[in-house]
Design a protein around this ligand. Structure first.
Ligand SMILES: Nc1ncnc2c1ncn2[C@@H]1O[C@H](COP(=O)(O)OP(=O)(O)OP(=O)(O)O)[C@@H](O)[C@H]1O
Ligand SMILES: [Mg+2]
Length: 614
């Protein structure tokens, strides 16, 4: 309850609108009751009257009340809906802002479906109870007492006979609505399962067809669909029974009124006008009672949803600006330094992923001066990507320090650190937008067409982009599927260069281009990025050959050697062996690929191979 109240505070931001909306509720209800009384009295008068002139006045009043009622009801609904939708938008935005900033560690451990459901159905549950739920409750709190007083005045015994079963009906509603809610949640979840399964299969359609798994996947889809059908049927049944019960008992109340009221009319103890009022007021009490039952039944779920949302809002973000920890708005805690130059230092860095069962990196130290290049190589799974992640604080080190321009990155404003980096991820993810917008994504300012063209040129993509159906305005497929692997990689490079970063981080992003394009790209990158620090992780050693230093990692994330290409060749070991083998393949024209690489050093197999053997 406390939590829901917390969320209600968000409604209070729209005090004026909300207040006016709430004020409309009693006014609409009073006008509604006035109509009943007016008609009831008129019926009574008509029975005794001998002329009909007075009817004009009654009809005029009726029109006035109806209009007043209509206007207030409209505003009541409209204003409350507007406010609750505003609150919903604000809450969703806050959640999204939070989620999109939460560290990788959070996203690694949560299923994206679960996160999406917090954004959608949990927010909806809270909105329903606090918006429309509150409106129905307030309406009921006004109309029920007024109607009850009049009902008891008209015929106390009859009122008592009516009211008790009605309360029982409201109570039943309170009892069944959690069940209805549970069924509808199950339906929602199974619908989500269907779309998740479909989405995964369409995204992975190449794998599905490549392995001729269409039939199995179709069967899996069918079973998911069947679960959904069963859930829908259960929900339908439960809804049907509830509707039937409510409507049935609603109609039955009239049987009682007719029986008791009719006898009273025959006895002349109750005029016909009063019977009309009685019937109409009964209707006015019945539905609000059902609504209150519904709201009460929804409360537990809304509370659970509020709790889940609150948990997410409170999710600590361990990777945050140094000043935000102290809570001060000034940058007092953060070491603001002059524009970043780009020297990168690792001091005895070890790191274990929150979900990892062994350290991914152990005792890594290196120093990359401004404007120089560090190559990072090693077998697959040796921690190359991990090192690059630590530079941009996508994770924080477990022990040891990462320094940028001699200042620990943890002490620098996050925006300054990330703003200085141009990151090309290994999986070359692109958005399904226009080609050029994917490049614009990387820039912190608006890029001109000429700048875009220059970036495309730098990424050695000019000819290929010209061949796209609409050139650089072509919309790329989801995750970039309409581009080749190499085109995606080079587009990601252009995106990273768009911000003219001080530090360029390339995570094995030349693996899918041929050696010639690679050579050309490396050349233009170094020519364009005068004074830029570059960290490049690679499988193909030719990508790092010209680097000022090359760090060789062992399969378990330890530093095996560091030096120039020449040093490492002279020293022998993994680097020299791998270089020789790759050169031999290159000269035979065999494209080296991750998959067909044998054990890199006799007796030393890659992590992937070890995994596969297990
Ligand atoms: N998010 C994660 N959670 C837990 N463990 C992880 C995570 N990411 C990577 N690892 C583990 O950390 C180790 C290093 O992974 P990393 O991605 O840095 O290797 P890599 O050298 O980049 O490999 P590749 O050459 O295949 O790109 C691996 O054993 C991997 O299984
Ligand atoms: Mg990697």
């Amino acid at each position: 309850m406390v939590l829901l109240w917390q969320f209600f505070q968000r409604f209070l931001r729209y005090r004026a609108t909300l207040g006016f909306g709430l004020l409309c509720i009693p006014l609409a209800q009073l006008a509604d009751v006035a109509v009943t009384i007016l008609i009831g009295n008129a019926l009574e008068r008509a029975r005794l009257a001998d002329s009909s002139e007075w009817m004009n006045k009654v009809i005029l009043w009726l029109a006035v009340y109806a209009l007043v009622q209509g206007v207030f009801r409209f505003y009541q609904r409209w204003l409350i809906v507007v406010v609750s939708r505003q609150v919903e938008v604000g809450l969703k935005q806050d959640l999204f802002d939070k989620l999109v900033r939460l560290p990788f560690a959070f996203h690694d451990r949560s299923r994206s479906g679960d996160v999406v459901s917090r954004l959608t159905s949990d927010v909806e549950a809270v909105r329903m109870v606090l918006g429309p739920g509150l409106m129905y409750t307030l309406g009921a709190l006004v109309i029920i007492p007024i109607s009850l007083v009049i009902l008891f005045q008209i015929h106390a015994t009859l009122a008592l006979v009516m009211v008790l079963p009605m309360f029982a009906m409201g109570l039943t509603m309170k009892l069944v609505s959690p069940r209805l809610e549970r069924y509808s949640l199950a339906v929602q979840e199974s619908v989500a399962d269907i779309s998740h399964r479909a989405q995964e299969n369409f995204a992975g359609v190449r794998v599905v067809q490549g392995y001729r798994r269409e039939n199995q996947q179709a069967a899996l889809f069918e079973s998911t669909s069947r679960i959904n059908r069963d859930n829908q049927v259960t929900l339908g049944e439960a809804r049907g029974v509830t509707h039937a019960a409510i409507n049935g008992s609603f109609e039955m109340t009239f049987a009682v009124i007719l029986l008791l009221g009719g006898m009273a009319a025959i006895d002349r103890t109750m005029p016909v006008g009063a019977i009309f009022k009685f019937i109409d007021l009964t209707i006015k009490v019945f539905w609000p009672l059902i609504a209150i039952g519904w709201v009460l039944g929804m409360l537990p779920r809304a509370q659970a949803s509020a709790q889940r949302i609150d948990e997410l809002m409170r999710e600590a973000n361990p990777i945050e600006d140094p000043d935000s920890k102290s809570g001060s708005t000034a940058t007092s805690g953060a070491a603001t330094i002059a524009p970043i130059q780009g020297r990168i230092t690792f001091e005895d860095v070890s790191f274990q992923y929150p979900r990892g069962n062994r350290p991914a990196l152990a005792h890594i130290s290196f120093d990359v001066p401004v404007g120089s290049t560090l190559g990072i190589v090693g077998p697959t799974g040796s921690g190359k990507t991990t090192i690059l992640n630590l530079v941009g604080r996508l994770f924080d080190t477990t022990s040891g320090r990462v320094l940028l321009d001699g200042v620990p990155v943890r002490e620098l404003p996050l925006s300054q650190v990330r703003g200085a980096l141009g990151y090309v991820p290994q999986d070359s993810f692109l958005f399904s937008e226009r080609y050029e917008d994917n490049i614009r994504f990387g820039a912190e300012h608006e890029l001109t067409d000429a700048e875009i063209d220059a970036l495309i040129e730098l990424a050695a993509m000019t000819e290929e982009v010209a061949r796209f159906p609409e050139g650089k305005a072509t919309v790329v497929g989801e995750r970039g599927v309409t581009l080749s692997g190499g085109q995606r990689q080079r587009t990601c490079i252009a995106r990273a260069l768009a911000r003219a970063p001080r530090v360029l981080i390339l995570d094995d992003c030349l693996s899918a281009v041929d050696t010639e394009t690679e050579r050309q790209l490396l050349h233009s990158l170094s020519a364009a990025g005068e004074g830029r620090t570059v960290l490049v992780a690679a499988h193909r050693l030719s990508s790092v050959r010209d680097a000022d230093q090359i760090l060789v990692l062992s399969a378990d994330g330890r530093p095996e050697a560091i030096g120039t290409h020449r040093d490492l060749i002279a020293a022998g070991g993994w680097y020299a062996d791998t270089w020789e083998r790759q050169q031999r393949r290159e000269s035979l024209g065999i494209r080296d690929s991750l998959v067909d690489e044998g054990p890199l050093v006799p007796g030393q197999e890659t992590t992937a191979e070890a995994e596969a053997r297990r």
